[in-house]
Design a protein around this ligand. Structure first.
Ligand code: TYD
Length: 206
């Protein structure tokens, strides 16, 4: 039986993950792989409903409530979409997964790392990404790029200090697991970012 592969893309808000996910999917499809693209929180009807709730909640929501909402969405997503696709031998490309929870709910919102890790394992029933692309850039520079393009959303609302902390959290994870988490410089033109990602995929055997 073909073995599927689970690949995630992570990074601060506004680092270009969505564009790169699409370009990466196109590359893999062109190489003959079956690819499922999806995102967290989301990916199923119920999980998308949880997404609306959790992304709409005001910043004062209790961190324990927040982590459980993200992970409720994840449990659904894994059971209904990710695991079946992997079992069918497909490549699953997912915008955010466990690393986002470790960073946003653990590192930034302060829930103990070991606790977040255990909860993530439980929610995903041990389904874990084999490869993670981290789109990394200094939040100050991303903010400038976004201002130049006239983009205004959560990135600006959450503020620079928040985004810097998110970046630091991702970098810690990348340093702790260099074999799985591959860092790519996100401030280059999209084609150059994609070229780096393709090199990582080639090195990983795709
Ligand atoms: P999204 O619009 O997908 O963000 P972006 O396009 O900027 O990547 O929103 C996802 C938000 O949810 C993002 O701010 C990170 C956050 N998040 C968590 O806090 N914990 C999680 O476990 C996940 C998956 C996302």
């Amino acid at each position: 039986m073909k073995k599927g592969c689970f690949i995630t893309m992570e990074g601060v808000d506004g680092s270009g993950k969505t564009t790169q996910l699409q370009l990466t999917a196109r590359y893999l499809l062109d190489r003959g792989y079956e690819v499922v693209t999806t995102r967290e929180p989301g990916g199923t009807k119920l999980a998308e409903r949880i997404r609306n709730v959790v992304l709409d909640a005001d910043a004062a929501v209790n961190p324990r409530t927040e982590v459980l909402l993200y992970l409720a969405a994840r449990a659904e997503h894994v059971e209904k979409v990710i695991r079946p696709a992997l079992e069918a031998g497909k490549i699953v490309l997912c915008d955010r997964f466990d690393d986002s929870t470790m960073v946003y709910q653990g590192f930034v919102r302060g829930i103990e790392t070991d606790k977040v890790k255990a909860l993530c394992k439980f929610a995903a029933d041990n389904v874990q990404p084999e490869l993670t692309i981290l789109l990394d850039a200094a939040p100050e520079a991303l903010l400038q790029r976004r201002a130049d393009r006239g983009v205004q959303d959560r990135f600006e609302q959450e503020g620079l200090d928040f985004q810097k902390k998110v970046r630091d959290g991702f970098l810690l994870l990348a340093n702790a697991e260099p074999a799985r988490v591959k860092k790519v410089h996100a401030l280059q033109p999209a084609e150059a970012v994609q070229a780096e990602i393709r090199k990582i995929l080639v090195d990983a055997g795709f």
